[in-house]
Design a protein around this ligand. Structure first.
Ligand SMILES: *Cc1c(COP(=O)(O)O)cnc(C)c1O
Length: 449
């Protein structure tokens, strides 16, 4: 049940079918090239796209824009201490800014970093320090349709194998990403978090939590891990975060704001070093690339993220979307994760080979059918990899109502009904850097059925 009402509205409109077809052609069949005004329900990302509360807007007016020592920053420190349990905060403009601050502080060339699965910007920042990023997901992370309750977990067995090979002295940090964004937003258990803590002690590594979705993860833990059945989501979050030495955070996720981020830690020395690098890249240590009003809004957002009504509404809305589609036989990643629903385009459109981009074909048809935008994460976005042909429908926080979600379900169901008529695509224009081509490349339909 939605436990909020609208206080401010923004009209959206569904362009006519012919307009949608023309928009696709103009965009070179790349949904990143669409005007957002031409999108009816936008599921491109859950990052920084959510709706702020009345309390957050009120807090923005109170934002203190002092260059140093602003009262807004003190409020952020208090919120991070109370909600997440860390004493020290180095603010940054968003998650990747925080990653640059932290990984530039603790990594050196030749290091090896382990993670359940590195998120794209994390992998890039590890590489940027001359270090190597190695993923250690549990085997069930890649099973599309299995029952696992914590498919986001870190495989300590796999990590041991890597450490035996490269030597513990070359592994200064282990990262645990909760929820595991790159593994369909699957949660990580507290039991697994404790095992990672022990492993870090064993090899003398810094334990980093990529905490972008710490509240969504805590909700799953409360519902799935017996020990926490009677705990509040806020209690679970504190418990899970208590095992880490340091957290990196993108406020654009569970900070419930449109921009912002930080590094949070306990160790005085690490704090001092991170602060210096923060000053170099982000700004003085009491604003770090954010305005006072942005900081103030994030301090409120962190507290709201662990409120029971909010988090239940949030995660259950995503589940509703996934389960309604799965009921109709549409191939949905199971169980549904915290922030997004993933569809297997390889199974949806088995007649389209990987080199003709089934995921992109599906994403294009979903826009054509109902003005809904999602993102391809298969052979178009990740050329030369053997990833499955997934598309992601990420749900912005507190933005869409049940009718919008039902519209998405009806749209995908209509595409499902005519799936055999859908053809593949070819790339006709791409930028020099293939790794980021999906943001700007243009495609053309192959016209084959
Ligand atoms: C979004 C995200 C980041 C990076 O944060 P930005 O605010 O987009 O820079 C890092 N890690 C994970 C798991 C994320 O989801």
């Amino acid at each position: 049940m939605t436990t909020y009402k609208s206080k401010m509205v923004e009209p959206i409109h569904l362009p006519a079918r012919e307009e949608r077809a023309a928009n696709l052609e103009d965009a070179g069949y790349n949904l990143f090239n669409l005007d957002a005004d031409d999108v009816f329900v936008d599921l491109l990302t859950d990052s920084g796209t959510g709706t702020m509360s009345a309390e957050q807007w009120a807090a923005m007016i109170r934002g203190d824009e002092a260059y140093a020592g602003s009262s807004s920053f003190r409020k952020l420190e208090d919120a991070v201490a109370e909600v997440m349990g860390f004493d020290h905060v180095v603010p940054a403009h968003q998650g990747r800014g925080a990653e640059n601050v932290l990984y530039g502080t603790i990594l050196e060339e030749g290091d090896v970093v382990l993670n359940n699965t590195h998120f794209d910007t994390t992998r890039a920042h590890v590489a940027n320090q001359g270090a190597e990023a190695v993923d250690c997901p549990v085997p069930e992370a890649s099973e599309f349709d299995s029952e696992g309750e914590f498919k986001g977990n870190f495989s300590v067995d796999e990590a041991r194998r890597v450490v035996d090979e490269v030597g513990a002295e070359n592994v200064p940090a282990v990262i645990l990403t909760i929820t595991n964004n790159s593994a369909a937003g699957q949660p990580v258990s507290v039991e697994n978090t404790r095992a990672v803590r022990e492993f870090c002690d064993e090899i003398d590594a810094t334990f980093v939590l990529d905490a972008c979705r710490f509240a969504e993860n805590a909700y799953f833990v409360r519902n799935r891990e017996q020990e926490f059945a009677d705990a509040t989501v806020a209690e679970v979050a504190r418990e899970q975060l208590s095992y880490a030495d340091v957290a990196v955070m993108s406020g654009k996720k569970d900070g419930l704001v449109n921009i912002g981020g930080f590094v949070a830690c306990r160790d005085e020395t690490l704090y001092e070093h991170a602060k210096q690098r923060g000053i170099l890249y982000e700004g003085f240590s009491t604003y770090g690339g954010m305005s006072g009003r942005d900081i103030e809004a994030m301090a409120v957002g962190l507290r709201e993220a662990v409120e029971e009504d909010y988090i239940a509404d949030r995660v259950e809305q995503v589940r509703f979307l996934g389960e309604r589609m799965a009921e109709q036989g549409i191939p949905v990643f199971q169980p549904v994760g915290g922030h997004a629903v993933y569809l297997d385009a390889g199974e949806f459109l088995p007649h389209i080979p990987a080199e003709e981009f089934p995921g992109q074909a599906l994403a294009v048809e979903i826009y054509r059918e109902g003005g809904v935008r999602c993102v391809e994460l298969g052979s178009f976005a990740f050329p030369d990899s053997d990833r499955p042909e997934l598309i992601r429908m990420a749900v912005p926080r507190r933005m869409y109502h049940k009718e919008h979600i039902e519209h998405v379900v009806e749209t995908v169901a209509a595409v499902w009904d005519r799936r055999e008529e859908i053809g593949g695509y070819e790339v006709v224009d791409e930028p020099p850097m293939k790794e980021i081509r999906h943001f700007s490349a243009e495609l053309a339909p192959l016209g084959r059925v």
